[in-house]
Design a protein around this ligand. Structure first.
Ligand code: G16
Length: 539
């Protein structure tokens, strides 16, 4: 690999001197004008990663998801469509922080040597981006790095994040017995829609579904999916809202899954009529939140915890009906943000084990892989359901003994194809929810009746230095700054059935505080008190 070629390409893509970059919850994410050099360097790292993995394609997604329009981000996707292996996050951080262009090229070669990477071998990278205008320039930085390292590169242009994950897996499994799907956007739509028809098993969906697309890439992509959908086969009527991608400044503005979840209200621009079924996607369509307005009690939200409990209960029933309960173990993965009532419902009512991981789908995904069926959702609506090889083998092997067993087996198999196996996917999750509600004959109100959430509040706290906040115990406790956790504990003790924690965000320059308590006013009060403590310790 030509050192001078990398060096001269790098000189066109500076990093900002003095700024310390870190591969965070979802890659590098910050104000877009700080990202040009970072994206170039991520290109170098993915060129190495592909060669390390025998030339398999690596995905690079340029998105800042739920963040405001001025931000952007870049993250790396491993060959099977999952997040970059954790050990390589450190390599990414080191490479990006190389202080000069010369030191960058030195470190690149050192990394290749230490990791025994043959730089003359072929490498391949595929890329996608969301609708942020800054994405276009960042793609140039990426492609310059790939050209300088002689890496084959395919730019899939504008995609949802889960579509890029899907394509990465498809490219790497094409022509093998484990082929994940056709390597194209159309292949993605066809796979989802065909599995959706099969999973419904002749049932029809009643009532219109209104979808708020956060004015992000989910809007055009959902509209595209709908062109492949024949409503006469399913009964599903979708009305798309907030799909304006021509005015970048409205992305995630007063709408989208993050707004709905944190503000616990409908997007500002829409007026859901009482009883109507609504959901919101986030800016890159990997999170999903459902809600409706009850004529008596007002706004009611069904978040990631609710989607997890719905999916876990339905799939566990299918496993029992199919008589697979001895061979297919199901488990649920949550984070500290999960509402205490949802955990209790899964463990005590559904009798399904729950494990906790730190925030970040990469952690949940990893934990979910240890089950035959791993249901993982963050409360913010990000998640999916993973089917292991063993589950597929059991479903295929089982000879149905009754029409009910046949139905359960075929539904399971269709769900396995419908649910994105690479990462949380709002569009695929939405179709899964619609299938389950249709099977159960449930409205959103029926779904909500399964258990009662503890009132909770999530607050974003701006602090001088968020890096002062270090956590332990799956992010449920602060180990730093000293005494901060003691102060939080003292406040929590004053409330009934209360819990609260604080952590630094990995995607925004802020801390997050979560609180739950017996009543709404207590949850709000507790959240505000803990936020004040965090602010005081925050430098
Ligand atoms: C990303 C991660 C999620 C995480 C979220 C917020 O989501 O993929 O796992 O929950 O950030 O993380 P934090 O609280 O650390 O800011 P997205 O949808 O923004 O890509």
């Amino acid at each position: 690999m030509d050192r001078d070629l990398i060096l001269s390409a790098s000189k066109k893509h500076d990093i900002v001197p003095g700024k310390v970059y870190k591969y965070g919850t979802a890659g590098f994410r910050m104000s877009a004008d700080l990202l040009d050099g970072v994206t170039f360097r991520v290109g170098l790292l993915s060129a190495l990663r592909s060669r390390k993995l025998n030339g398999q394609a690596i995905g690079v997604m340029i998105t800042a998801s739920h963040n405001p329009a001025v931000d952007n981000g870049v993250k790396i996707v491993d060959p099977m469509g999952d997040m970059l292996e954790q050990e390589w996050e450190a390599h990414a951080t080191n490479l990006v922080n190389a202080p000069s262009h010369d030191e960058l090229v030195d470190y690149f070669h050192k990394l290749a040597e230490t990791l025994k990477i043959d730089l003359s071998a072929p490498g391949k990278v595929i890329a996608g981006r969301d609708t942020r205008p800054s994405g276009k320039t960042l793609v140039t930085a990426l492609s310059d790095a790939l050209a300088a390292t002689n890496t084959t590169y395919v730019d899939y242009k504008i995609l949802t994040t889960p579509q890029l994950h899907y394509l990465t897996r498809c490219v790497n499994t094409e022509g093998t017995p484990g082929a994940y799907g056709e390597v194209s956007e159309t292949g993605y739509y066809n796979k989802l829609i065909q599995a959706f028809y099969r999973a419904l098993r002749g049932r029809t969906i009643s009532g219109k579904l209104s979808v708020d697309c956060a004015n992000g890439v989910g809007g055009p992509k959902l509209n595209e999916l709908l062109k492949h959908h024949d409503p006469s086969k399913t009964g599903l009527e979708v009305k798309v809202y907030n799909d304006d991608v021509l005015r970048p400044e409205v992305l995630n503005l007063d709408c989208g899954a993050d707004f709905v979840k944190t503000r616990q209200r409908a997007p500002v621009s829409v007026k859901p009529a009482p009883g109507e079924r609504w959901c919101s996607l986030d800016g890159d369509a990997d999170r999903l939140i459902y809600y409706w307005v009850d004529p008596e009690t007002g706004f009611f939200m069904l978040d990631g915890d609710r989607i997890a409990t719905l999916a876990a209960s339905f799939i566990a029933d299918l496993i029992r009906t199919a008589d697979l309960q001895d061979n297919v173990r199901i488990g649920v993965v949550q984070t500290a943000y999960a509402n205490g009532s949802s955990t209790k419902y899964v463990e005590q009512h559904l009798q399904i084990p729950v494990v906790f991981t730190p925030t970040g789908v990469k952690h949940l995904h990893h934990a979910a892989c240890s089950y035959d069926i791993g249901v993982y959702f963050e409360a913010n609506g990000h998640g999916t359901v993973l089917f292991s090889q063993n589950t597929w083998a059991e479903v295929k092997r089982k000879e149905p003994q009754s029409p009910a067993q046949k139905d359960a087996l075929e539904t399971l198999s269709a769900l396995g194809d419908l649910i994105n196996q690479t990462v949380g996917d709002a569009i695929s999750d939405m179709l899964m929810v619609e299938v389950i509600l249709a099977h159960k004959g449930w409205s959103l109100r029926d779904w909500a009746m399964t258990y009662q959430d503890l009132p909770n509040r999530l607050v974003r706290v701006e602090v001088g230095n968020k890096d002062l906040f270090q956590t332990t115990d799956a992010e449920r406790k602060l180990s730093q700054p000293e005494h901060c956790q003691d102060d939080i504990d003292k406040v929590v003790k004053k409330y009934t059935n209360a819990r609260s924690f604080a952590r630094a965000s990995g995607t925004e320059n802020a801390c997050r505080v979560y609180a739950e308590a017996a009543t709404r006013s207590e949850a709000d009060e507790l959240a505000n008190k803990v936020a004040a403590i965090v602010k005081a310790y925050g430098g």
